[in-house]
Design a protein around this ligand. Structure first.
Ligand code: ADQ
Length: 734
């Protein structure tokens, strides 16, 4: 049976209309839908949600609608108009939406109708349970369905359930305001994976679960009531290829020309849903400030502000519209001339070509929400700029700001600053514009909708199911599972391999220096490093000298002493991990020196990270006694300097604390191609640190019989090498 992905969201992704008494239902395109098309190639997607208000539809047409929805793999959940008012407008849009966007003062004085919200969530649970079959995975979306994961967990304990929040998850002090905060946390913790746009939101959620429920947080898992819930950041992407294609169309290019009306006027664009979170009023003040400060720009710049009507059923949204209309009227009244309208305002939804024309016409795109989960407009603008030009001015309070760091970031509450940044954007030289836009395009085109959905679903499939469940030796992965991983790795556009050495690539030998790489291994590593789009990193506990001697001629990056030292592929220069504190060598050596002098046969060894005192050759009783005293003395020093005191076999070693293989991951990722797939292989306890530090969507493979948190397991070194050989070889042509 093929696996199905059941998507659940408030609205179905369809647009229904009745034209000339004929009912038309079309699947609407959007980030989620297009991302899934790419990410679920081997599974089948079913969508559950509300079909929309469809007022005036006849009874016959309702039956027709249902038939058409079925043909599109959509399952409608019907909601009464009272339910829509109370669940959707009163709770979702008038309580959860403002609060999660830090607008606590917009909450109604007496928040009500939670029971309707809960009842509608239960209705959705019923609809999902009705169609769920073993093997199906469930992916729930957004703030209207916060209770659904737990409701479903109770009905179908075995289901794989993922949840993604499209809006911010606020800081604890804001979230605590919600009268139903406990219910919301309990609801979300019914999932196996809870995803957010940014690490910041994920951290807020974890903090709330710890503080309000007493959950335990060991990233990436929250543990509560004996269940593990994976939590992570999955920044949503867009169908970038679609916008590139639109931007190249002739009609779009002509539309852009018409908007620019000659080269003399610079176009500043704003495109938003009409929502108080999008920061339109402050943006308008900033534009006005620009015109006041720079009279030379009069007649030379125009703000094209397009606003799509939204939530017209909610009172505050209607009031907000009046406010925006008035502000625009004031600017045009104060500055406009017969030949120049400073703000061209359109209150309507644009077609995709019109939208692409505006994006490509804009010299500057102003995206200045006071809070925004991600903001897709910023990404659509970037994807449309096939000319590598245009400047993005972006609010630091959007999720996008965490990703689009080459934009000009602004604090939308600092109106003066925003006006100054807008001026900077309008006067930026061509080289800087292009350099920034090229970098932005790299992010948006790689971390696109397919990447987003693929990463989320892959983590959902591999999320840990039971508390502290360590896979045992008998549970090696099936050939199908290994094949699936291999396919994923093969089809990744860029691949980053993090490989442990001893026990993973070579078997253990009696003497450590006998584990020298054989010709076959050297050939295999060379082949992997030569594979298109592939970077190979060796991460080992061995010393720099040993790794350099054995593997230094290969084009692979080396990480020695559990990540304390790193050198790039093809470089001879080792760099010390900056996160690890300095070693107070002299102080340690002085203290240990005293012990060496008073304990005949013992000696002090200075290592690259620490200092060790060896007493194997000393009198056994005296050595043990001295070791006790030295260790106690070192414990005091350790507290002061942040050191670890390791009591080994006839040796006391002291080194900076916090050295582990996971340390290198952040550093390696900073230099990696955005969106690359990370695949790590390791065999022992030190590799578990590496696995835990991997970014979301990575693949961790454990080699050998030990226990491990890695979801994929290979029995031994020979199988690990065979796996890497398969990866290095071109896939057999179909
Ligand atoms: P939204 O709040 O709706 O989404 P956003 O991400 O900007 O905000 O998406 C708006 C969409 O509407 C864009 O695709 C844009 O093209 C379109 N749009 C806006 N104005 C338009 C107009 N005048 N005509 C036609 N189309 C228009 C929520 C969260 C966001 C998060 C998304 C996805 O609030 O933070 O990025 O979900 O997770």
């Amino acid at each position: 049976m093929t696996r199905r992905t059941i998507l659940v969201s408030n609205r179905l992704p369809v647009t229904a209309s009745v034209e000339d008494a004929v009912l038309k239902v079309e699947r609407s395109v959007g980030g989620l839908a297009s991302g899934l098309t790419g990410a679920t190639r081997n599974s089948h997607t079913v969508w559950i949600g509300w079909a929309g208000p469809l007022t005036g539809i006849s009874r016959r047409q309702v039956a027709e609608l249902n038939a058409q929805l079925t043909a599109l793999d959509c399952v409608p959940v019907s909601l009464s108009s009272r339910e829509i008012r109370e669940y959707y407008e009163d709770v979702s849009n008038a309580i959860l939406w403002p609060l999660f966007h830090y607008q606590a003062e917009r909450l109604p004085p007496d928040p009500r109708h939670w029971s309707t919200y809960a009842a509608v969530n239960a209705r959705f649970a019923q609809a999902v349970a009705d169609i769920w079959q073993p093997g199906d995975e469930i992916w729930i979306h957004d703030y209207q369905l916060l209770l659904l994961p737990a409701l479903l967990r109770r009905r179908i304990p075995d289901a794989r359930i993922g949840f993604f929040l499209h809006i911010p998850f606020p800081a604890l002090e804001i979230f605590r305001i919600l009268p139903w905060r406990q219910e919301v946390l309990d609801g979300l913790l019914g999932a196996d994976l809870v995803g957010f746009h940014t690490e910041g939101y994920a951290g807020h959620f974890a903090a709330a679960a710890q503080d309000l429920l007493g959950a335990e947080w060991k990233p990436p898992y929250l543990t509560h009531q004996d269940r593990d819930v994976r939590v992570g950041a999955y920044p949503i992407g867009i169908d970038a290829g679609r916008f590139e294609e639109l931007a190249r169309r002739r009609g779009v290019r002509q539309g852009a020309e018409a908007l620019r009306r000659g080269a003399d006027v610079q176009v500043v664009a704003g495109v938003d849903r009409l929502d108080y979170t999008k920061g339109i009023p402050r943006r308008l003040i900033a534009f006005e400030r620009l015109l006041t400060r720079h009279p030379e720009l009069h007649g030379k710049v125009q703000l094209v502000q397009v606003v799509v009507p939204s939530r017209t059923g909610v009172r505050t949204y209607r009031e907000f519209r009046t406010q925006v209309d008035a502000a625009i009227g004031n600017i045009n009244g104060a500055f406009g001339t017969a030949l120049w309208t400073p703000v061209a305002y359109q209150y309507r939804s644009l077609g995709e070509e019109e939208l692409a024309a505006l994006y490509t016409a804009a010299d500057v795109m102003l995206v200045t929400p006071i809070r925004d989960g991600m903001n897709l407009v910023a990404k659509e603008f970037i994807a449309s700029r096939v000319d590598d030009d245009g400047v993005l001015v972006l609010s630091e309070f959007t999720g996008a700001a965490a990703q689009l760091t080459e934009a000009l970031l602004v604090n939308p509450y600092d109106v003066d600053g925003m006006a100054a940044t807008l001026y900077r954007a309008l006067t930026m030289d061509r080289d800087e514009r292009k350099r920034r836009m090229r970098a932005l395009r790299g992010t948006v085109t790689v971390q696109d909708a397919t990447w987003w959905a693929g990463t989320f679903l892959s983590d959902l499939r591999s999320a840990r199911r039971r508390r502290k469940r360590w896979a045992t030796a008998s549970e090696t992965s099936t050939p199908e599972e290994v094949q699936e991983v291999l396919e994923r790795a093969r089809s990744a556009r860029s691949l980053l391999l993090l490989l442990d050495y001893d026990g993973t690539l070579v078997s253990f030998t009696g003497r450590p220096d006998a584990a020298r790489p054989d010709t076959e291994l050297l050939g295999l590593l060379g082949q992997l490093a030569g594979r298109a789009g592939t970077d190979v990193h060796l991460v080992s506990g061995r010393s720099r000298d040993q790794l350099a001697e054995w593997l230094g001629d290969l084009p692979v990056a080396l990480h020695a002493e559990h990540g304390l030292w790193s050198r790039g592929a093809g470089s001879d220069e080792w760099k010390r991990q900056p996160a690890v504190g300095a070693t107070p060598y002299d102080e340690l050596a002085t203290v240990m020196g005293r012990y060496a002098e008073s304990t005949p046969g013992s000696l002090v060894e200075r290592k690259s990270a620490g200092v060790a005192w060896h007493y194997r050759m000393a009198d056994a009783a005296l050595g043990d006694q001295q070791a006790e005293r030295l260790a106690a003395e070192m414990d005091d020093l350790a507290d002061v300097h942040g050191l670890d005191v390791l009591r080994g076999d006839k040796v006391i070693e002291v080194r900076p604390s916090g050295i582990h293989k996971g340390l290198i991951v952040a550093d390696v990722m900073r230099h990696a191609v955005p969106g690359c797939l990370v695949l790590a292989l390791g065999d022992d306890r030190t590799d578990e640190d590496l696995f835990t530090a991997l970014p979301p969507g990575s693949i961790a493979i454990h080699v050998g019989p030990r226990e491990s948190l890695a979801p994929v397991r290979l029995p031994d070194v020979a199988t690990a090498r065979a796996f890497l050989r398969d990866l290095a070889m071109e896939p057999p042509s179909a």
